[in-house]
Design a protein around this ligand. Sequence first.
Ligand SMILES: [Zn+2]
Length: 329
Amino acid sequence: MKSLVLIAILGCLSLHAEAEITIHFLGTGGPEITKDRQGVATLIEVPGNKFLFDAGRGVLQRMGESRINLPAVKNVFFTHLHSDHIEGLPSLWMTSWFITKRNAPMHFWGPPGTQKMIDGLHAFMSHDVVARVNPVVKPSGIRTMVTEVTKGIVFKDDKTRITAIPAEHGDGNPALGYLFEHQGRSILLTGDSTYTPTFGKMVKKVDITICNVYAPSLALLENLDEFDEPIPTVVRAVSKKLASPEQAAQLFIETGAKIGVFTHNIFYDSTPEDIKERVRKAGFRGRVHIATDREYVILAREISVHQPEPVPDDLEINSLNFKDVLKNN
Ligand SMILES: [Zn+2]
């Protein structure tokens, strides 16, 4: 009996010694309206802390469906200020405050312009910021801190370091990617970016590179002039600011990724298999995964991809039950 207990304790110790990081792909779409993909939002959880990267449409809904501990989401990093990366923020900031009684301020990091955007958020919600305060919904939870960043280390504690890297996103510039490092493991989020050598110069070896993809088929691209406007103009313009499968492959290779994961997926006339095939043909030999909403990836001894847990038909997270329904981590 004693030896069984010892084995159990040793088992626990070895698990704790291994860095464990969970990446929740809450929303995996771009601005397009699709059946299954909400706007882009990626949450990285480590023991004792959570870091949200972008807050696209539906982020609060997806967090609720995945039982994320909403009041614990206080650190948000924006890759850039295009609408599809920020339009979920009003509900995340406001609703998680008064429903879950979040009483700590949220801290936002992002490129120049982020302070102005957050000032606008306060103006947009100026009625509720005052009206919803009561003895349990405290003003402290609606306060905000903003740090505008351009490049270099933007967050550091004794286990986690986050570095901003300039991305190339055309009319979305200034745009950033973020390198997330935690106890020897690393994740690069390119944000919205076409190919730029900057990522490969700054990052030589990561566990996972998470990249956007814009995937009109090669047949469509080769025959663009045969299509009526606005198709040729739109496709050429967007191709200059997002990554094709071939450009993503180059980013995966240059950043030394073990796994390349796609989010902010814009398929057009391609299938996920078409995209993977183009990445392989472009020379990336690692594993390629195309994320779907609420999937999550665990980085422990191994890297594993997990399907979302089902959402009950009667899901309702409210002011009375949130402590029972949300995960307590
Ligand atoms: Zn976008």
